[in-house]
Design a protein around this ligand. Sequence first.
Ligand code: ASP
Length: 333
Amino acid sequence: MSQNKSILLIYTGGTIGMIKGGDGSLKPFDFEKLTSEIPELKKFDVELSAIAFKKPIDSSNMNPKTWVYLANLIGQHYQQYDGFVILHGSDTMAYTASALSFLLEDLCKPVILTGSQLPIGIRRTDAKENLITAIEIAASGNTPEVCVYFEYKLLRGNRTVKVNAEHFEAFDSPNFHALAEAGVHIKYHQKVSCIIEKPLKVYEQMSSSVALLKLYPGIPQEVVKAVLNSNCKGIVLETFGSGNASTQIKFLSVLESAIYNGKIILNISQCLAGAVSQGLYETSSQLEKIGVISGKDMTTEAALTKMMFLLAQDLPTEELKTQLTHSLRGELS
Ligand code: ASP
């Protein structure tokens, strides 16, 4: 364990910050009294500071503005701290982790998101272990990127998906190995140190001109048209298997004219693991031909937030398309 490291905890809301009040109801935990509530934290050689959202939010209320706010908060305190732990509801944690990975360029310190399935004040809670280990990982400096730590696994933030609403093991990263596993010791599978420390660049905008269209057999043409003819410039298209979709002319022609009208369509698989491979089947060759972009093995969370991030930069269309297919923060293989 590293000596004298300083860690900033940011509490946004969610189950992890709840304790039982005198009347038995759950209420937000007072982060000012963090170490008295969790005495285990006193055993760390870590200086802990905490910032809590004035009004903690259930993560279902998370949005791009708050992602930018969080990124700025990290930017403002970047020099002062060795690492950051963000306490967040689990429901949209994978989106926040993905968004922050794009908003924070040349990040050289760990930003670890964690949460819990049971409130911190409940006997069988998973919150304490998640919080304590997340702090230990942040202080180690071994993974200077945006990560999710949950139930003994440290995952790359923009590869993470929430896979279970019931089990303590709520997250997975099907297309990328875990960065570390916590057993008796924390075993890092990849230790990265930032050799050339470029200054952190914090981006301050996310576009809201993004839609998600999940295909399913029998999807009405009006639904496809409504999304593609909306004001949204970027569309993440969730297709079947390795990026396949209907070959019906009326479906393809709506996609083709949307692309002709300047829309960017990014193909992501509905499968959790594996990648889009346009052209492997006849049912994806047409998509390739009309200019749909392959999102390869990105998660939907990473694809949506990457689209929001890139569209906000007003890049020339060809540059934007190139960036979508290249790994910016390790989000695709
Ligand atoms: N609904 C909660 C949230 O995402 C669940 C949790 O805290 O894990 O904020």
